[in-house]
Design a protein around this ligand. Structure first.
Ligand code: BTN
Length: 245
């Protein structure tokens, strides 16, 4: 990849991380595009992009969110980035959870703030959504994990880090955090998951489920016990935190 002659990728420019050693030691190839439809879409179709290619956008005109939603942010305000993984673990959801945990670590590193996670991978600050993560798999196998993290702007009811924070510094810390070895990644995810122990409403295509979130298994499924003591294992859905523990 040279950023020169790959169709729409002529617009990609190399992006310097705030700590160049992070790119070097982690083998990250980091690119910037001023405007694109969606960085996830771009990396899904960038078939020659190597493992750990990262694309950051100044603005997205068709940003994708979970559950077929859109993801919007004013130009230049927030971190909008996707990572292409061609080396995919046996459980691809491990990558998504690793990015969520790394985002929490990055926020702590850059701002000192203690973010948490909401199942499956929202990053919360004081209970409000700070970042969303969308993982998509291309038919050929590579997985693209995209993150939209509110830095200078957030929609009503959400959280942002504040305009004084450099989105590239947050990205640098996130990429560095992905390479910090941990004894048990699943245990770390569990610890950060504010959803566990909470009364939740899970909005499912079949209707709402209300109960207590008690566990997440290694495949990322949320276990929710309803009022009849029946345990439901949720693969995908929207969770609303109701009351505390
Ligand atoms: C969510 O709905 O919570 C997930 C939002 C993910 C948004 C990011 S922004 C960068 C990347 N490109 C996209 O089109 N979506 C993700």
């Amino acid at each position: 990849m040279d950023g020169q002659d790959h169709g729409h990728r002529t617009a990609w420019q190399p992006l310097a991380l705030t700590d160049p050693a992070v790119a070097e030691s982690g083998g990250w190839a980091v690119w910037y595009v001023a405007e694109t439809g969606s960085t996830n879409a771009d990396l899904l179709t960038a078939t020659d992009a190597p493992n750990r290619t990262v694309l950051v956008a100044g603005h997205q005109t068709a940003g994708r969110g979970r559950l077929d939603r859109t993801w919007e942010a004013p130009a230049g305000a927030n971190l909008l980035a996707s990572i292409r993984f061609t080396e995919v673990p046996q459980r691809p959801a491990d990558l998504t959870r690793a990015v969520g945990v790394a985002a929490v670590d990055a926020v702590a590193e850059v701002t000192g703030l203690g973010a948490r996670l909401k199942w499956p991978n929202d990053v919360l600050l004081d209970g409000r959504k700070l970042a969303g993560i969308l993982a998509q798999r291309s038919p050929a196998g590579p997985v693209v994990v995209g993150i939209g993290l509110n830095v200078g702007w957030c929609p009503a009811g959400a959280a942002a880090l504040g305009p004084g924070v450099d989105p590239v510094a947050v990205l640098t810390a996130l990429l560095a955090a992905l390479d910090v070895p941990h004894v048990d990644d699943h245990a770390r995810y569990h610890e950060l998951l504010e959803t566990l122990g909470r009364e939740v409403r899970v909005e499912l295509p079949s209707g709402d489920l209300v109960g207590r979130a008690v566990d997440v298994d290694r495949d990322g499924r949320l276990a929710v016990v309803d009022a009849c003591a029946i345990t439901h294992h949720i693969d995908a859905g929207d969770v609303v935190h109701l009351r505390g523990v």
